[in-house]
Design a protein around this ligand. Structure first.
Ligand code: GLN
Length: 349
């Protein structure tokens, strides 16, 4: 009796399990396959929507930057699979400027480890402009971050090399690996900034006075200035951002550029300090790691999904490209990409 009772129960359980297993499969079949997001359409839309925006102005504290065509406007998305979506002036060059800071930081973390970066530079937002002396003075050169000038010059000073030339080669090789091509220096921009960068030299010397500069301050400021003067297009920047979106493997060259752990730390600092003293507002609006440069280049990373870059030289007061911010906010909203926009479950009926 007991045995047959069990077998009946067993059969019922088996049937129920079988039915349960079948339901989702059937439901799945009847459900329409969700459409892949149309990146091309969304960037076309953003380009059309913002191309006539006239707000902002080119940086002019570096003379050559004031001469750059303010109408250059390119948008590019690069996915981990290496798909490239472009619109507008995606192959026009601007100098990389502060966007380069992201990649030297990555190299330092890769070479020395995440602890060394925290100990020797820091990972705290300053809440101050990118070239602020107060940011250094306030904490005696500590608790700064590699995405503002003083922290970036520290970062470049930590790049491996037995002399400044070797450090420069290492910086170039790093930028090239992220971009999947050999980048060239924009000589007029370099000369223009090198002739007028006493302020950055002062930051480096001040850091040295606190024992927080790891190479000759003037020599390394020069390497940093060259690093900022590399020419990049929106496509280059999107490949660089795409490498971060893909956990450190370049989606185009397939080279392993840095480790996923390095990328996680880099994206965290981009999230808190990528737009200088406007980093909070940016993160509040998008929830995405990003980095701007005074040349008008701008990158943002949607981890695992894509890197996006916009080039448009006119900047707002904090030094961030006006159009780039509008475009990426548009893309984030259109595709629902803010990671903090959560689809809730379990609401009571
Ligand atoms: N080379 C520039 C400087 O040091 C970079 C600044 C920037 O892009 N915010 O002033």
């Amino acid at each position: 009796m007991i045995t047959s009772n069990f077998s009946i129960k067993g059969q019922i359980v088996f049937t129920l399990l079988f039915v349960a297993a079948c339901i989702p499969a059937n439901a799945q079949k009847s459900k329409k396959k969700s459409k892949a997001p149309n990146y091309q359409e969304v960037i076309n839309e953003a380009h059309a929507k913002y191309k006539d925006v006239k707000e902002g102005a080119n940086a002019d504290y570096i003379e050559e930057l004031a001469k750059v065509n303010p109408n250059i406007f390119g948008i590019v998305i690069v996915t981990p699979k290496g798909e490239v979506f472009t619109v507008g002036d995606f192959s026009e060059y601007v100098s990389i400027q502060s966007v380069s800071k992201v990649f030297t930081m990555a190299k330092v973390i890769e070479e020395l480890g995440p602890e060394a970066l925290l100990e020797k530079i820091g990972a705290d937002a300053t809440g101050l402009p990118f070239n602020s002396v107060e940011a250094v003075e306030h904490m005696k050169g500590k608790e700064i971050n590699p995405l503002v000038n003083p922290g970036a010059i520290m970062s470049t000073s930590l790049i491996a090399g037995t002399d400044s030339a070797e450090k420069w080669n290492n910086v170039q090789a790093t930028l090239n690996s992220f971009a999947a091509r050999k980048l060239e220096i924009n000589k007029p921009v370099y000369i223009s900034e090198a002739n007028d960068n006493v302020h950055n030299q002062a930051l480096a010397v001040l850091l040295q006075s606190y024992g927080r500069m790891y190479w000759d301050p003037r020599e390394i400021t020069d390497v940093y200035t060259k690093q900022c003067s590399m020419n990049v297009s929106a496509k280059d920047l999107a490949i660089m951002a795409g490498t971060l979106a893909n956990g450190g493997i370049n989606p185009v060259s397939k080279e392993v550029v840095v480790s996923p752990s390095t990328v996680s730390h880099v994206l965290a600092v981009m999230s808190t300090a990528g737009l200088y003293d406007d980093s909070g507002i940016w993160f509040y609006n998008t929830g995405l790691p990003a980095k701007s440069g005074v040349g008008g280049g701008f990158i943002a990373v949607v981890p695992g999904k894509f890197g996006i870059a916009v080039v448009s030289p006119p900047l707002d007061k904090a030094g961030n490209s006006v159009k780039a911010q509008l475009v990426i906010e548009h893309v984030v909203n259109a595709l629902g990409l803010n990671p903090y926009l959560i689809k809730p479950v379990g609401a009571k009926k």
